[in-house]
Design a binder for this molecule. Structure first.
Ligand code: AMP
Length: 562
C-alpha cells in the first residue's frame, strides 16, 4: 500500500488501485488538489498534461460518487476528442474497483450510440463542449443531479473557440456543485469565467519549471533557415529516437516536411487539420503502436493527444507564444521517462528562445549540430555494435560455407570480411549526409549591438556587397548547373505549386522512371510555375534520358538541367 496516497484521505479501493498502477508517491498537483477537492472546495490547478492532473481530479470524484444513484454525477469538459477518450479511460481505470459507469461523448460519433448509453445510466460523462451542448439541447443529457464539473485544459478550450459553449454548459448546471478548472495559463477571459461560475476557488500553481516535466532536457540548435531540414536529418542520425513529434507552424508545412523526410529515408506521417477523424485516428494508432516513429504536427492538430513516452519533441518552427512551448514539450519525458526537446532556430530568433526560457524558468542549452565526422563515426560504431551482437549469436552457418568457398579459392579471410562490410555500407552511400552552411552568429550579434548603424547607408552598402560576394563564391564553387549540396546536380521542370506539384510527386515520378532510389534525391524547391530538384550526380544521365516519360497529375513534365 502506498502510504503517501493513504495520507491524502483516499478510500482503500482507490488506494489499492493506484498502488496496482505502480504509482508510488502522489505528484505535486495530486498532493495539493486531492485533499482540497475531498473537502468540497472549488479548485483551480495550473498544470499541464504529464503532471498527473487527471488522477488529481478523478480520484476525489470517484471517492465522492454516491452509490446506487441513477443520474450523472460528474462532468468533465475537454478540448478534444482524444483527451475525452483519455480521461474516460483513466476514469475507468481508477474506478475499476467501484463499478463506475463512464461515457465519453464527442463530435463525429453517432448520436444514437451516445443516447443509448445515457439511457442505460452513466455516473461520469467526459466530452467536448460542442457535442455536450448538442446533447443538452436535445434534452438527452440531464445534468440536474450533477455534483462536480471539471474543465480540463481550459485555456485550450478557450483558444479553440469553445468559450461560449463552456459558459452555456456551466449556466445550465445546478448551483450547488463543485467546480475544478485545470489550465496551463489563465488568460483574462478565463479569469472572468472563474469569477462568474466558481465559488471561492482555491488555486494550486505548480511552478512553471514543473510544468515541463523535470525529466525533459531542453536544447536548441542554431541553424541557417535554409538548413533546417538538413540539420534535422543530421540529428536523426545521432539521436536515439524511439518516437518523435516535430512541430511546424502550418498545415502545408507538415505535408512538405513529411515528404522531404520520407524521401530522405526517414518515414514520417503528418497530423494536421486536413485529416478527417478516421484518418487521424489511424495515423495516431500507427504512431502509438510504433509502426510510425515520426509525426509532423501543427499545434492545433496535436492538442490533447493521448500519447505517452515520446522520446523527442522537435520544434522545427519555434512556437509563436511561450505557452505553446510548454504544451509541446509536455508530451516528452512523461511518467518518469527522460525526454528531449530540441528547437531549431535562426540567430535572429534567439530573443524568442529567451522569452521561452523566461516563461518556463528553464534553461535551454545549445546543442552543436552533429558534424559529418561525428555522423560517420556514429554510423561506424552502430555497425560494429550490430556485428558484435551477430558474432555473439553466431548463427551464420550458410554464410560461413560461402566464406569457406572463397578461402578455398585463395582469398584472404580478413579481406573477405572487409569486402562484406563494404557491401553492407553501400546502403549508407544512398543516405548522403546533408550539407549545411556555417551559421553567421558573430556577425548578427555585432550588428544587433550596433542597431543604429545597421540601417545606415554605409552598412546597407556593406551588406549588399557581402551578399553579392557570397553568391559569387557559391557559384564559383559549384558551377552553374550544380546544387549547393555536394555531389548533387540541380534539374528543373516547368510545373510547380500552381499545378499542384508536391515533393512526393517529384520523388515518385523521377525514382519510378529513372529507376534509382527516391531517398537519394536531394533538396526540392517547388516554385509557382516550376520546380527545382537535386539529383545525385551519378543518376543525372539516366534521369535526363527518361525526360519524356515523367508525369505529375497526368501532366507530362520535361526535366532539364537548371
Ligand atoms: P496526466 O498528467 O494525468 O496525463 O498523467 C500523465 C501520466 O502520469 C499518466 O500516464 C499517468 O498514468 C501517470 N501518473 C499519474 N499519477 C502518477 C503518480 N502518482 N505516479 C506515477 N505515475 C503517475
Amino acid at each position: 500500500m502506498t502510504t503517501e496516497f493513504a495520507q491524502l484521505g483516499l478510500m482503500s479501493q482507490l488506494d489499492q488501485t493506484v498502488s496496482d498502477l505502480g504509482y508510488i508517491t502522489p505528484t505535486p498537483i495530486q498532493s495539493e488538489i486531492i485533499p482540497l477537492m475531498l473537502d468540497g472546495n472549488d479548485v483551480i490547478g495550473q498544470a499541464q498534461t504529464g503532471t498527473g492532473k487527471t488522477a488529481a481530479f478523478m480520484l476525489p470524484i470517484l471517492q465522492t460518487l454516491e452509490r446506487n444513484h441513477s443520474g450523472i454525477q460528474a462532468l468533465v469538459l475537454t478540448p478534444t476528442r482524444e483527451l475525452a477518450i483519455q480521461v474516460a479511460k483513466a476514469a475507468n481505470e481508477y474506478g475499476k474497483r467501484l463499478n463506475v459507469r463512464v461515457l465519453a461523448v464527442y463530435g463525429g460519433q453517432r448520436y444514437n450510440l451516445q443516447i443509448n448509453r445515457l439511457r442505460q445510466g452513466v455516473d461520469i460523462v467526459v466530452g467536448t463542449p460542442g457535442r455536450l451542448l448538442d446533447l443538452i439541447n436535445k434534452k438527452v443529457l440531464d445534468l440536474s443531479s450533477l455534483r462536480t464539473v471539471v474543465l480540463d485544459e481550459a485555456d485550450e478550450m478557450l483558444s479553440m473557440g469553445f468559450m461560449e459553449d463552456m459558459e452555456e454548459i456551466l449556466s445550465t448546471l445546478p448551483s450547488e456543485r463543485q467546480a475544478a478548472l485545470f489550465s496551463a495559463t489563465i488568460p483574462p477571459k478565463l479569469g472572468r469565467m472563474i469569477n462568474k461560475y466558481m465559488h471561492s476557488p482555491k488555486s494550486v500553481t505548480i511552478k512553471s519549471k514543473h510544468l515541463t516535466v523535470d525529466a525533459t532536457e531542453h536544447q536548441y540548435c542554431l541553424v541557417n533557415k535554409e538548413d533546417k531540414l538538413a540539420v534535422l536529418t543530421r540529428l536523426f542520425e545521432i539521436e536515439d529516437i524511439t518516437s518523435a513529434i516535430i512541430f511546424v507552424r502550418t498545415r502545408v508545412g507538415t505535408s512538405d516536411l513529411v515528404n522531404e523526410l520520407t524521401g530522405r529515408g526517414f518515414p514520417a506521417e503528418a497530423l494536421n487539420g486536413d485529416l478527417n477523424q478516421q484518418t487521424r485516428e489511424q495515423v495516431l494508432n500507427r504512431f502509438r503502436s510504433n509502426q510510425t516513429t515520426i509525426l509532423v504536427a501543427t499545434d492545433v492538430a496535436a492538442r490533447g493527444l493521448d500519447i505517452n513516452d515520446i522520446s523527442h519533441v522537435f520544434n522545427y518552427d519555434l512556437p509563436e507564444e511561450p505557452e505553446l512551448y510548454v504544451h509541446r514539450v509536455g508530451r516528452t519525458g512523461r511518467a518518469g521517462k527522460t525526454g528531449i526537446a530540441i528547437s531549431l532556430l535562426a540567430t535572429r530568433e534567439l530573443w524568442r528562445l529567451h522569452r521561452i526560457e523566461g516563461f518556463t524558468k528553464q534553461e535551454i542549452t545549445r546543442k552543436p549540430i552533429p558534424t559529418t565526422e561525428e555522423i560517420e563515426e556514429h554510423r561506424k560504431t552502430q555497425l560494429l555494435e550490430e556485428m558484435t551482437t551477430w558474432l555473439d549469436r553466431g548463427r551464420c552457418r550458410r554464410e560461413l560455407q560461402m566464406v569457406t568457398q572463397l578461402v578455398e579459392i585463395g582469398h584472404d579471410p580478413l579481406k573477405i570480411a572487409a569486402i562484406a562490410l563494404k557491401m553492407v555500407r553501400r546502403e549508407e552511400k544512398q543516405r548522403p549526409i546533408a550539407q549545411i552552411s556555417e551559421v553567421q552568429e558573430e556577425r548578427f550579434q555585432n550588428s544587433r549591438r550596433r542597431t543604429p548603424l545597421s540601417n545606415s547607408p554605409t552598412r546597407r552598402l556593406q551588406n549588399s556587397r557581402r551578399k553579392i560576394k557570397s553568391i559569387k563564391k557559391r557559384k564559383d564553387r559549384n558551377g552553374a548547373n550544380s546544387s549547393y549540396e555536394k555531389g548533387m546536380v540541380r534539374l528543373t521542370f516547368g510545373a510547380g505549386r500552381s499545378h499542384g506539384v508536391r515533393p512526393a510527386d517529384v520523388v515518385g515520378t523521377i525514382a519510378y522512371h529513372a529507376k534509382f532510389p527516391g531517398n537519394t534525391i536531394g533538396s526540392i524547391s517547388i516554385l509557382d510555375k516550376h520546380t527545382l530538384v537535386d539529383v545525385p550526380q551519378q543518376y543525372v544521365e539516366q534521369t535526363l534520358a527518361k525526360s519524356g516519360e515523367y508525369k505529375i497529375h497526368k501532366r507530362a513534365v520535361k526535366l532539364n538541367l537548371a
